[in-house]
Design a protein around this ligand. Structure first.
Ligand SMILES: C/C(=C\COP(=O)(O)O)CCC[C@H](C)CCC[C@H](C)CCCC(C)C
Ligand SMILES: Nc1ccn([C@@H]2O[C@H](COP(=O)(O)OP(=O)(O)O)[C@@H](O)[C@H]2O)c(=O)n1
Length: 399
């Protein structure tokens, strides 16, 4: 997983997973110098990049160009989960496209600073564990069951009206699931492991909805009328949409984030707001829906999409789009999804299909694929690197 944070005039590019052979191109030549670090291997490294904009930094770090400086390297002791960090203060190192960190042994005198023990170390050991993705699947699956149970209890105890409880499950489960995507590794199989979570929930809905398994709590928290058969309709389609968004889009582009945000933050909020404040002004073309509900759909879907895209691009999963382009494209997508949701077609096509489908397809059409965005950025970074390389002295790092 890579994360790029801009701080002042520098960008700090931090990455994990390099221990798994997923090494960053800048570091792949380096191997820990056995003489000074016997038994240790790289767990993660932090690079400082003096370019002023995040996208240029991102492209520079991805293409190993520009003046990247290694600011710290965390070594993992091969025979234990313990971590120590070794801070390496290099002068600005000029890296041209084909070069890698070459040549400087870490001074034997540099002190291994033991990071504080307890939770951070435990989490860090999970982050580099071979079984990390399986841990995340287990966490999300348990989280889903607990989350639904919480709303069931709130409805049973009368804290929340049953319809509101159900819609809050609808509105929140999807984005919470998307947030678990950030915990998965960069392994190609991660997206398919992530899809197991909604699949498990789909199997649960099928088992309870068909009567194979009895679970009144689930029936009450996700059905409108308490009829278990309802679980085989909207809720089942909802988790199927999550499976599709995970497998087809994942963290490669914002389409999956937008599709789920429109289904959850949009359609979920439309119901909550529309039931509460929509009675006075119904839609001319659909008397079952209201202007208030549709406005909530537009705003809720737009806001959730924008927030998630900002989070994911700042975590480095895909390039951050120019704000003006992102805001205008999102506006068009949210408007289209809102119009589709307002149509009286629910009996023909569940809006847990029509809304994410329209939003996802429009996202793929309107938002330039991140790889194109990176190509533009890489050109900018290479030009910056050419200027930087002219002045920098080749310095490198071998660990
Ligand atoms: C009530 C739901 C859909 C109904 O849609 P509609 O008919 O009103 O249009 C939502 C059903 C949610 C499902 C039972 C649980 C989904 C959990 C999700 C896959 C994972 C969440 C993980 C997170 C950590 C909470
Ligand atoms: N655009 C909308 C959407 C829903 N609503 C309200 O929310 C209720 C449920 O909406 P819906 O039939 O789309 O429910 P789901 O199919 O999303 O569960 C409607 O009967 C309206 O009272 C609204 O007023 N305006």
């Amino acid at each position: 997983m890579a994360a790029l944070l801009a701080h002042g005039s520098h960008c700090f590019y931090s990455m994990t997973e390099i221990y798994r052979g997923m090494q960053h191109p800048c570091l792949k030549a380096s191997s820990i110098n056995k003489a000074s670090n016997p038994g240790w291997r790289i767990a993660r490294a932090h690079l400082s990049c003096p370019l002023s904009t995040r996208p240029a930094c991102y492209a520079a770090a991805r293409t190993c160009t520009g003046r990247l400086t290694v600011t710290s390297v965390v070594l993992k002791n091969a025979d234990s989960a313990s971590y120590s960090s070794k801070r390496i203060h290099q002068g600005p190192s000029s890296l041209v496209a084909t070069s890698r960190f070459v040549g400087r042994r870490v001074p034997a005198s540099s002190r291994l600073v033991r990071t504080p023990a307890a939770v951070p170390e435990f989490l860090a050991s999970l982050a580099v564990s071979t079984y990390r993705d399986y841990y995340v699947v287990a966490l999300a699956a348990v989280g889903a069951a607990v989350w639904v149970k919480i709303f069931d209890l709130l409805a049973v105890k009368g804290v929340l009206e049953q319809k509101l409880s159900r819609k809050l499950v609808h509105t929140t489960s999807g984005p919470l699931f998307l947030l678990t995507w950030t915990l998965f590794s960069a392994a190609p199989s991660a997206r398919y492991l992530a899809a197991v979570v909604p699949m498990l929930n789909g199997i649960r809905l099928l088992a309870v909805g068909s009567g194979l398994v009895r679970d009144q709590g689930l029936v009450k928290s996700v059905s409108r009328s308490g009829d278990r058969g309802e679980l085989l309709k909207g809720p089942l389609v909802y988790v199927a949409a999550l499976v599709a968004a995970t497998a087809l889009s994942w963290r490669d582009n914002p389409a999956g984030l937008i599709a789920v945000s429109m289904m959850c933050g949009g359609d979920g909020l439309a119901d909550i707001v529309g039931r509460r404040w929509g009675a006075a002004a119904k839609l001319p073309w659909n008397n079952a829906k209201s202007w208030a509900g549709s406005f909530a759909m537009l705003v809720g879907g737009y806001g959730m999409s924008y927030g998630l895209i900002l989070l994911f691009c700042n975590l480095g999963f895909f390039s951050c789009y120019p704000p003006a382009a992102l805001l205008s494209c999102l506006g068009a997508i949210a408007l289209a999804a809102t119009i589709v949701e307002s149509l009286p077609i629910n009996q023909v096509l569940d809006d847990n299909v029509s809304v994410p489908l329209v939003a996802g397809c429009l996202s793929m059409l309107l938002l330039p694929q991140p790889v194109e965005a990176v190509a533009e950025l890489a050109v900018a970074a290479t030009m910056a690197a050419a200027a930087a390389a002219a002045t920098a002295t080749p310095v490198g790092l071998v660990l």
